[in-house]
Design a protein around this ligand. Sequence first.
Ligand code: PSZ
Length: 409
Amino acid sequence: MVDLFTPVSSLPLCYNHPAMMDVLKNPVNWSTFVNRPALGMYPPGDWAQRLRSTLLAVAPAGHQQVITMGCGSCSVENGLKAMFMKFMRVRRGGAPYTQEEMDSSLRNQLPGSPNLSVLSFSNALHGRTMGCLALTHSKWQMKVDFPALDWPIADFPNLRYPLDEFKEENRKEEERCLAMVEDLILKGDQNGMAVAGIVVESIQAEGGDQFASANFFQGLRDITNKKGIGLLMDEVQTGCGVTGKFWAHEHFNLTDSPDVVTFSKKMLTGGFYNKDSFRPQESNRIFNTWVGDPSKVILLEAVVKEMTRSNLIGQVNVTGEHLLSELKNMQARYPSILHKARGLGTFCSVDFCDTETRDNTVNKLRQRGMNTGVCGTTTLRFRPALTFLPRHVDIFMGHFDAVLADVTK
Ligand code: PSZ
């Protein structure tokens, strides 16, 4: 099969890549795979060095702190806690916890369990654990029957395409969403439920591959800095080079980097970076049994080396440009079915006229050995490995053309 989706975007170098197989062949690594440590208590002697040569070597600008986690949800969940701790540290002016705070927190009561929220966006997906689920608004199947935190949700910009034809409309749409963010933060202050931070995907993925402009994200950075609250960029799906930069938010030229950046999927390990000021003051505040898995970081080391050795981010830019231009060609050939071809790097997508035609196309493609993914209600999305080449795009487009001709018959 030609895999343009990979296991939900989580395979950096495609299947059985020799660089990764070599990690398993090397006896030096065996003990790490066999004897999983409880990293928070018993990190291996080389752990700090491993982090330096992997996760810190590719850290977003402004970040020197990283903590590993198991999965994407766990990473976001703990990133939220880093924001809450920072917010409360500032609020209590650096004073130590009171006995009342410590005691009441055990009963889920004020003042130890404060009335705080995190603002998220319509259509977002940040994971399925209970905290993340309060930030997830893409599909009811993920939500129904579960009690939810009543936290504010702002509209995510719904941009019109082609972007250069709708510049003014799109600018206004983003301003409307930013005004809504400010308004919800103000309401939180007035209602005694302060917003401690904002969580946003660099590109909304599961919600239908919705892109917003650098201006929008700079707007969020300005608002959060003005209000003294955190900005968490969720790069679980957008990180690790897929957009043509290591981190998608690097496309936004933010004047000040996000406070927390979460990752997982292609990074193989979950985790998050946080600015120094968001580092918990005490040990054991962000903690669990495993706190990640060093064997995943050894594999990531091979990935990062291979990305440098083979200039895979350069490759993603070349392949991505070809993929997007071919999608635009298909859109021109089948205007009654396809619209909104869009993308950054190989993080590309195109919308269909309706859900049924899209799903029918995806099934027909799969029968021809072409594995693609869906998101939102009518979007077909591409999430190939970093090793995907223009000639793979061409193989796919031959089948895509044939299937589209078939579904329009
Ligand atoms: O059905 C699901 O639960 C899915 S389908 C795709 C995802 C989840 N993506 C995971 C994801 C993500 O895309 C973003 C932007 N943030 C957080 C997550 C959660 O990661 P996991 O699934 O590892 O917990």
